[in-house]
Write a protein that binds this ligand. Sequence first.
Ligand SMILES: O=C(O)CCC(=O)c1ccccc1C(=O)O
Ligand SMILES: [Mg+2]
Length: 382
Amino acid sequence: MTNKSISIRDVTLHRLVMRLKDPFTTSFGTFQEKEFFVIEMEDDTGCIGFGESVAFSSPWYSEETVETNKHIIEKFLIPLLLESPIEHPDEVSKRFESIKRNNMAKSALEGAVWDLFAKRNKLPLYKALGGEKQQIDVGISIGIQPTAKALVHVVEGFVNEGYKRMKVKIKPGADYEMLKEVRKHFPDVLLMADANSAYTLKDINTLKKLDELGLMMIEQPLAHDDIIDHAKLQSELETPICLDESIHSLEDARKAVELGSCKIINIKIGRVGGITESKKIHDYCAQQEIAVWCGGMLEAGIGRAHNIALTTLPQFILPGDTAGSSRYWDRDIIDPEVTVDKGVIHVPNKPGIGYEVNREVLESFRLDKTVYSQKNLVTYKQ
Ligand SMILES: O=C(O)CCC(=O)c1ccccc1C(=O)O
Ligand SMILES: [Mg+2]
């Protein structure tokens, strides 16, 4: 690897809006459009790295939004990044340490630095991360459907496409009975549920009934900021609990594991503030024998490519939510699009994220673009 440090010349924020093929319903709301930023970062050698912001337009999943991402990226993070050269992408999270939380904003920029770093070193991103898998197993996340019959039909379609694990969104009133129908039709399918914090400990009887269905896990049944009640619930449930919303860092992961709040962790790069923190959580979980898998935020191709690279690390032993491009979009912004073959994605071996950004397609979805360089920095000082 070259020891030459990375001097970032400019950062471009492309604001895009893309329409999902089908609306996606969770316990907290329905998504139809995805607005986000593509981060394009150029260094002084003309090498370009890409990142993608994953926050949604509304603060339903977490407190960050597209607008707060822009504010934090533009006013605070880019100035820190352009302050001095970077030796290694692992330094980026340290450099952002003075800015509290805003993990998705941080991660969008850090992802671009990782891609740039890998490209400069002519390495596929997954190898730059220390990953080894040439192919990764993928599952699919299925939104809440109006009826059990509709759900069974959707599951059948994805089983036939070869996806390795079915994750079904649930909420009170759309849980046990619906999953029971799915289990009846597909007795052997790997099945799990994601509640996105729709329950409290008062619902313990409903949650206990889910034990009958042989689920791989139940994801984030209780509050987004809780690990105490999850520990109480886990001690009463046979089904393993997987935490998503509650885990923002290695420290959060350690505390949840020590308390017994979960047996599995869903790692989302954006939620934990980047690939470096994701790797730390991965390494800790490997040591603790806690299985991890890579979650999704309805990403377009760039974010998806980062997820694929991360998933090549060995402790990602369960299928992730990184489905193929065609599950979400009529046309993704990368070439080739991400394809799933019998439930696996073959990891690309080209340098960096391993997929080309298609400029024409990107521009067709673009609302606006802002370029930041040393010359036009907007800095907020105390
Ligand atoms: O297919 C994907 O990208 C994952 C979809 C998904 O489950 C999800 C989508 C939007 C917000 C939260 C979640 C989640 O994992 O909880
Ligand atoms: Mg989830």
